[in-house]
Design a protein around this ligand. Sequence first.
Ligand code: PGA
Ligand code: ZN
Length: 418
Amino acid sequence: MSTPTVIEDVIARKVFNSRGEETIEVDVLTTSGFGRASAPSGKSRGKAEVIYYPDGGVDEAIKKVDELIAPELIGLNADFQEEVDKTLHEIDNTKDFRIIGGNTAFAVSLATADAAANSYGLPLFQYLGGYAARELPYPLGNVISGGRHARGNAPDFQEFLVLPSGAESFIEAATANVKVHSTVRELLEKKDKLFSEGKSDEGAWIASVTNIEALEILSKACEEVGNEMGFKCSVGVDVAASSLWDPKEKKYVYPREGKKLDPGEQIDFIKELVDKYSIAYIEDPLHEEDYEGFAELTRKVKDCLVCGDDLFTTNTERLNHGIRMGAANSIIVKVNQVGTLTDAIETIEMAKRAGYTPVISHRSGDTCDWHIAHLAVAFKCPIIKTGVVEGARVAKINELIRIEEFLGDRARMANIER
Ligand code: PGA
Ligand code: ZN
C-alpha cells in the first residue's frame, strides 16, 4: 500500500476573518486526504510576536506559498510535522518570519497536521495526542470588553472573563459560560437604560461601566450561575497592561478613569482586586517587559493563575526567562504568535515541565477554524480561551462538544486547581 500522507499539493487563497480583514487559508492535499487551515489575527499584539505577512500582505503570502513553499513540501510526508515546520523556517530564514509571514507559516503548518490526521482517518486531537488524549479543557470566555477591544466609555481593562471549574462535563462548563454572558446582559440593562447590547469582536458586551462596576456585575453573575449549575464560576481578567503602559512616564495610564499608577501601585491594585473578587485568572497584569513585576505579583497572590500573553508571546526564549525569574504561573498559547505547530508544542512542553498552566487561545480576529479545540485536548492544555458567543468562538466550543461526544465514557474534565 502506498503511504497515505504524501503531500501532493499545497494551495493558498485569500479569505476573511471575523473582523472582515483579509487572511490566508491553505489547503494541503495528500495521497489519501485533505487538510485546511486559515490564520487568525490579533488586535492587541505582543511586540515579540512574529510578523504576520511579508511586504505586500496576503497576496504576497499566497505567492510565497505558490513559488517557494509548495515546491519544497510536495513529496514530503504530512506526518513529518517537524520536518515540514523546519522547512518553513529554512525557507524564511529570519527569526520573525518576515519573508514568508508568520500567518503563512501558521496556515501551512496547521493544514499539514490536519491533512495527516485526515489521511489516517483520525480526528486531529487523536492523531496529535494519541489514544490517551481524553481530557476536555475548561472554557475561559470573554464576557465584557474594554481597552483596545472596545471604544467609547468602556472599561480600561481589556477583557472580563468567566472561568468555570468543577463541572462534570465540557457541555456543562460551556453552558455555565453562556448563562453568565446572558446574566451579565440583564445586569447591564438594569444598570444602564441606554445599554445598546453592543458586542466586541469576541462577542463580549461593550458597556459604559468602570473596571470596578464590570467586576461587580460579573462576580454577581458568576455567583448566581455557579449556584444554579452546582459548580464554581470564577472571574478572570485580561488587563492587557502593555496597552495602558506609558514608557515615558513609566506609569500605567487608565484613560477612562483618569488615573495613573506606577508599577508598585499597579501590583498593589491588581492584588487588591484579585483578593476582593476572588479572581482565578489574571492575564498580562503588567506590561510585556516587566518580568520582575510579574514575579512579585505571582508571589503575592494565592489560588490565582497569573498568565503571560504579550509577556511570553508563545516564545520559548521568553518563557524560559520567565520561568527562571518565577514570573507568572501560566502562559497563553497562540500558535500564530510563533508561526508553527512545532514551535507551539515546544512552548507547551516547556510550560508544563515548569508547572505553568498552558492556556490555548483564539485571537480577537479569528475564523471558524476549530483546530485549537483539538490542540487543547491533544496537548492536555487544561484551559481554552475562546469567547462565549460569536461564530468564530462558538466554532471551537462546538467542536469540543463533538470531541466530548466522540470520547463518550472515556472523556473527563481537566483539573485546573493549583
Ligand atoms: P488579540 O488579543 O486582539 O491580540 O487577539 C487578545 C488577548 O490579548 O488575549
Ligand atoms: Zn491577552
